[in-house]
Unconditional design. Structure first.
Length: 458
């Protein structure tokens, strides 16, 4: 297979298949704790054809969010288990999945962190709320500890990221990306997401028409999922704007319509629970309601397959490998530039420019560079590297000062003497501390998950 399609192409297909299967298993795992196994299987099937979920991969190519959406069901599945059973293995599972979500996709982590208390508040039993809350808090803290190798660096260096302030792009501003905030195609993001939410509601037609009977009469255990879905829908709409204005981490998720990841999951579970009721209502009453619901589902599935999947831009193995080569050195996303950078960076034909002084490059690796500069007038050498505070330049025992140029390129101050420059990327101490913390968190999660048994006394 690797020789037929190309190594990278095969690896990508394998990754896509693995993540897709994992997402379906996560939905099944969560649904099985609430619904019969046969219905849980249908929940996975509905989720697989959900418009927003397919759009993540085939149209928007939001691959990190798509992978995070495969982890998200496991997070809420273990949250359900902690609220109902509260075993230490459930706490370990919630901590591990929460840590994996942090490492996979930060915007979904922020969204899940706000949604989890809503689900837990509705799901917790009254007599065990304090005990359950303590376990949930411990699981979240343990998950953060296990993933600290990533988020500690991210939090400490957030102030260095422009976050849409260096070169403002309104299309990435949360204030312009609420669902149904506009019906104009001038804002393509919202216009397309409005269509996807309509198609999602068509796919969930049994819930739309049978919501009261599903949630309040026949299946009260579905109330936490209904509350979660309603909260996600509220957060994606302009009505939630005051909450967005107050929470800076929420603003940095950029797109309120990202909450459709949770809406899609909730709708899949609720629709599955409503299907048996649809069959009962068809047997005891007119079939018109059943026909309308089946027609709505058919329209949604047809739209997903024809417009989202079929109209995607597919690459052959040769084109895929060529794209991987061409993407190196191409323009980055401007709203994630460092605060000292800009997109107006001139091309550098050589690795180091030092005026009229001769430069000889000995080694050039991702984290180290070593080059020599001949004697001449004092100058700031321009290095073909973006400035970053962790780059340290030395010449023997002497530390050379560094700073960013106007366009963010690394500048090194050189004395008039001939120098041999060592440029190295030095991780701060917090990186080592967070690495040990993550290792400790993983080991403790493993300890909680281990099936220890108490010895019975004779």
């Amino acid at each position: 297979f690797r020789f037929v399609t190309g190594e990278w192409y095969a690896a990508t297909l394998f990754t896509f298949a693995t993540v897709s299967i994992a997402g379906g298993l996560g939905i099944y795992f969560w649904a099985k704790s609430i619904l019969p196994s046969s219905q849980a299987m249908w929940a996975s099937f509905i989720y697989a054809f959900a418009p927003y979920h397919l759009n993540q991969l085939y149209q928007a190519t939001m691959l990190a969010e798509w992978a995070g959406s495969a982890v998200l069901p496991f997070v809420f599945a273990f949250l359900e288990r902690v609220c109902v059973r509260g075993k230490r293995s459930d706490v370990a599972g919630l901590a591990a999945c929460y840590a994996l979500l942090v490492l996979t996709h930060l915007p979904l982590t922020v969204i899940a962190s706000l949604a989890m208390p809503v689900y837990a508040f509705v799901r917790m039993e009254r007599g065990r709320r304090v005990q359950t809350l303590a376990k949930l808090t411990g699981a979240a803290a343990l998950g953060l500890c296990a993933s600290s190798i990533y988020w500690v660096t991210m939090v400490s260096e957030m102030r260095w990221i422009g976050i849409n302030d260096v070169e403002h792009d309104a299309s990435a501003d949360y204030r312009f990306n609420f669902l149904l905030s506009t019906l104009s195609p001038d804002n393509l993001n919202v216009w397309w997401m409005n269509i996807l939410i309509v198609m999602t509601l068509l796919l969930a037609a049994p819930v739309v028409l049978l919501i009261r009977r599903v949630v309040w009469s026949d299946r009260p255990e579905l109330r936490p999922i209904a509350a979660l879905t309603a909260f996600a829908l509220f957060m994606a709409m302009p009505l939630s704007r005051p909450i967005w204005d107050l929470l800076a981490p929420l603003q940095q998720t950029q797109f309120p319509w990202r909450w459709m990841a949770l809406i899609t999951i909730g709708m899949a579970l609720l629709t599955t629970a409503a299907i048996p009721l649809l069959n009962r209502s068809a047997q005891s009453g007119p079939r018109i309601k059943q026909l309308v619901i089946l027609g709505a589902i058919g329209v949604s599935v047809a739209f997903s397959l024809s417009h989202i999947v079929r109209e995607a831009h597919f690459l052959s193995p040769h084109d895929f490998d060529s794209t991987l080569s061409d993407v190196r050195g191409s323009a980055s996303v401007n709203y994630w530039f460092p605060i000292w950078a800009s997109s107006k960076t001139k091309s550098m034909p050589v690795a180091v420019e030092a005026g009229d002084r001769a430069v000889t490059v000995q080694t050039w690796t991702p984290e180290t560079r070593h080059f020599s500069v001949a004697a001449g007038s004092a100058v700031e050498a321009r290095v073909k590297t973006f400035y970053y505070p962790h780059w340290a330049a030395t010449s023997g025992q002497q530390t050379l000062s560094t700073r960013p140029a106007d366009n963010g390129v690394l500048l090194i101050s050189l004395p008039p003497d001939a120098v041999s420059v060592d440029l190295a990327f030095q991780e701060p101490r917090r990186s080592r501390v967070s690495s040990f913390a993550s290792l400790a968190g993983v080991l403790f999660i493993g300890f909680l998950a281990a099936p220890f048994r108490r010895r019975q006394r004779r």
